[in-house]
Design a protein around this ligand. Structure first.
Ligand SMILES: Nc1nc2c(c(=O)[nH]1)N(C=O)[C@@H](CNc1ccc(C(=O)N[C@@H](CCC(=O)O)C(=O)O)cc1)CN2
Ligand SMILES: Nc1nc2c(ncn2[C@@H]2O[C@H](COP(=O)(O)OP(=O)(O)OP(=O)(O)O)[C@@H](O)[C@H]2O)c(=O)[nH]1
Length: 461
């Protein structure tokens, strides 16, 4: 167990009405006592708040409120103190310095939460959900993270894992009675459990697509010939909403994304910097650039000017961009400029030329006609991703990978049972599967994995 008493700023590093410094560890009360003028914190009840002053070497630093929490009923399970000060980053820094002088040390990123995990209050997926909650920016991501914090994923997995553990114990017992050739574990029952687990794993794995949409938003590429009406449509879509423009670091291309929220889900309308202004985008840069834009997108919204005579270039472009896992929406634009009989024929024309399934929408961005249809279409993509059964959604890459490894090893076990392999090997495969299933909750983990997870937290969490 960790003996250090750690401290950090728990609030954002900037000016605020109040700032909070968190202290956790066995010496919390003693250390804060040394710089706190007020009640003796060793003597007060748990979960109480006290008024006083922070002093360092005889000088008063600030007037504060101090909250006291006794182990083990605390966030970290350790003795903890929270100091609420006047929210100046400078005062916060002075208080931290005073704490460190008196025996505390600065917490590393995620160290408070790591202690909550190490001390057994929460499992690894719950710890991760705290980071997700902090990062949540919309209703969907908040809900999924909160569900995970309450143990959603851990429960689903631990039920499966326990059943499998029972079988493993029986199989291992058989090993002890190897000479007697007994079978404690009913192979048929084991098989049906394995199928059950496989189903569950499959549905959790499938939920990752939705989880990913919740966590990272859904990438939508808007493509069309110059003057097809791309910018006008973007403006119409983003009208009621302040566009958040972000430069996503780490991508080689300078990708600009405008975020559109529809029914609590984020859609990232992808724009590649510089491209939008090029008048002859298609001719000059051609299919290659368009492909780059569509490469990481889940949805392609292709705009075709309804007033055009010849759609052969559009058809070519769409065909060259299509992928199995790409949803295609073809938008006939500027319908206010053409008579209905003309654009009515359009849909049939595209359907004759493009064999894959797609949605067809006729819009006028200028007159704000049917923009809602496009929003509904985007939204329905998300609705289809939601699985009917269960509401546990995988949002985390690490969980996704662990689930896939679990699935593979459960299949190995299935093979092992079916092929009447030796009991030793069967037990070995079972142990493997248990280990992978245990990775999600952190029952099996290593320092590298933990370090990687918690280092991504903010300091003070
Ligand atoms: N001031 C303050 N607000 C905060 C936190 C905090 O640490 N301090 N939190 C920090 O993230 C969040 C609340 N999460 C918390 C989760 C568990 C416990 C806790 O003490 N759990 C104990 C006791 C529960 C009880 O009293 O019934 C336990 O589970 O044993 C505290 C906060 C958000 N707000
Ligand atoms: N009548 C009508 N005109 C439209 C509509 N949408 C766009 N336009 C016009 O078409 C022209 C081109 O529109 P943009 O939105 O700039 O087209 P774009 O695809 O972004 O063009 P590039 O930036 O060159 O790729 C502008 O003059 C728009 O006003 C529409 O729904 N109806």
């Amino acid at each position: 167990m960790n003996q250090d008493t750690i401290c950090a700023l728990a609030t954002a590093n900037g000016i605020g009405a109040i700032g909070i410094i968190r202290v956790s560890g066995i010496e919390s009360f003693g250390i804060v006592n040394k710089i706190f003028e007020g009640k003796n914190l060793e003597k007060v009840d748990s979960h109480t708040v006290h008024y006083g002053f922070i002093k360092d070497e005889g000088e008063t630093i600030d007037e504060v409120m101090v909250s006291v929490f006794h182990a083990p009923k605390t966030f970290t399970t350790e003795n903890s103190v929270e100091i609420s000060f006047h929210g100046s980053p400078y005062i916060g820094k002075k208080i931290l310095e005073a704490l460190i002088k008196n025996g505390a040390r600065m917490a590393k990123a995620g160290e408070f939460t790591m202690r909550a995990f190490m001390n057994g209050r929460i499992d690894l997926s719950q710890a991760e959900s705290i980071a997700d909650l902090i990062a949540s920016e919309n209703e969907a991501s908040r809900k999924v993270a909160l569900n995970q914090l309450k143990g959603g994923i851990s429960n689903e997995i631990s039920f499966l894992r326990n059943d499998l553990l029972n079988f493993t114990s029986l199989i291992e017992l058989e090993l002890d009675f190897a000479e007697e050739d007994v079978e404690f574990a009913d192979r048929t029952a084991l098989k049906s459990l394995l199928y059950k687990i496989e189903d569950k794993l499959n549905s959790l794995i499938e939920s990752f697509q939705y989880g990913n949409a919740i966590k990272n938003g859904t990438a939508v590429a808007i493509i069309g010939k110059p003057n097809a009406g791309k910018s006008t449509l973007l403006n119409a879509l983003l009208k009621e909403e302040r566009a958040i423009v972000s430069n996503i670091a780490g991508t080689t291309r300078d990708t600009i994304e405008e975020i559109l929220h529809i029914k609590g889900h984020a859609f990232r309308l992808i724009d590649t910097a510089g491209l939008r202004e090029t008048a002859d985008e298609i001719e000059a840069i051609g299919v290659k650039k368009a492909k780059e834009k569509v490469e990481n997108a889940e949805i392609l919204v292709y705009l075709a000017d309804a007033g055009t005579e010849d759609f052969s270039e559009d058809i070519e472009m769409i065909k060259s961009l299509l992928r199995d896992d790409l949803k295609l929406i073809i938008c006939a634009t500027k319908i206010d400029e053409v008579i209905p009989t003309q654009y009515e024929k359009l849909e049939q024309f595209f359907r004759n030329e493009i064999s894959t399934d797609f949605d067809f929408i006729k819009i006028s961005a200028v007159e704000n006609q049917n923009i809602q249809d496009l929003k509904n279409e985007l939204s329905s993509y998300i609705e289809h991703l939601k699985s009917e059964e269960g509401n546990v959604v995988i949002t985390n890459q690490r969980h996704y990978e662990a689930l896939q490894k679990s699935l593979n090893s459960v299949r190995q076990v299935e093979e092992a049972v079916s092929s009447q392999i030796t009991t030793e090997l069967l037990a070995y495969e079972l142990r493997n599967a248990l280990e992978y299933l245990g990775e999600i909750s952190g029952e099996f983990s290593n320092d590298e994995v933990l370090g990687n997870i918690f280092s991504k937290f903010c300091i003070g969490k």
